[in-house]
Design a protein around this ligand. Structure first.
Ligand code: ADP
Ligand code: MG
Length: 232
């Protein structure tokens, strides 16, 4: 399997990871010599449970910090940014969809979508406008309803709206289908792919389900990076 997209000029890539090394204190280790994802490319991050998929997504999202290497998002190395700048950069360019949505309970759909836009440095009026646009795109027509009053399907669409709001370069989705039956999993993947495409964002989605492969432009096996380290 080829690991590099045709364009590996870093500023032309949505994601360009080079020489990345990370390990938890318990010893689990990831080494990524090079991984590039082209703009708007839709890539499946495949591997069994415990193989490091969430760890890699957290590194790209800036939740975990590597001991070595660089992670360029649209040409900017997030590893080299200071903490505050990194948070703003992520808020502007990287959206993340979690398996359990991670919505803020007691807050409205709009407020949930506004939070990362606030962290990204948008004014209150921009937050509101971008949130309403994203929610409308995901067919949420009651943006001021508390998320707890929405159906599970609607909550999922709020989580997708949050990940694309403001026009992201990269959408990361961590096993968004793990708790769903086959029909709902397929519908969820279609929803996420469509939203990322319309937002002009690259999509990197993890799954331990081999059936997901066909829906993606390319499959990256996480175990290439975690079993015996990098290959040339
Ligand atoms: P996956 O998402 O593919 O199921 P993870 O990235 O969650 O895999 O985990 C990869 C490995 O790292 C596992 O062995 C897991 O136990 C370990 N791990 C995950 N998070 C932590 C953590 N915060 N501290 C120490 N080890 C962790
Ligand atoms: Mg995981």
């Amino acid at each position: 399997m080829h690991r590099e997209s045709p364009e590996s000029n870093s500023s032309a890539c949505a994601i360009d990871i080079r020489g990345l090394e990370f390990s938890y204190s318990r010893g689990f280790r990831i080494v990524v010599k090079r991984l590039t994802i082209a703009p708007e490319e839709q890539v499946l991050l495949a591997g069994p449970s415990g193989s490091g998929k969430s760890t890699l997504l957290h590194l790209i999202a800036g939740v975990e910090h590597p001991s070595k290497g660089s992670i360029l998002i649209g040409g900017t190395d997030i590893v080299a940014l200071r903490r505050g700048a990194q948070d703003r950069f992520r808020g502007n360019h990287v959206g993340m969809i979690f398996q359990t949505f991670n919505l803020l309970h007691g807050f409205s759909a709009r407020e949930n979508v506004e939070v990362p836009l606030m962290l990204a440095g948008h004014s209150a009026s921009e937050q509101r406008q971008l949130a309403l646009e994203a929610l409308a795109r995901l067919s949420i027509d009651a943006p001021d309803a508390p998320v707890d009053t929405l159906s599970v399907g609607q909550q999922q669409r709020v989580a997708v709206a949050r990940a694309i709001a403001g026009g992201k370069r990269v959408v990361l989705a961590d096993e968004p289908t793990a708790s769903l039956d086959r029909a709902n999993a397929a519908a969820t993947v279609a929803l996420i792919k469509e939203a990322a495409k319309r937002a002009g964002a690259a999509l990197l989605m993890s799954s331990h389900d081999p059936e997901m492969r066909e829906a993606f432009d390319r499959v990256v096996e996480i175990e290439e990076f975690t079993r015996g380290g990098a290959r040339p």
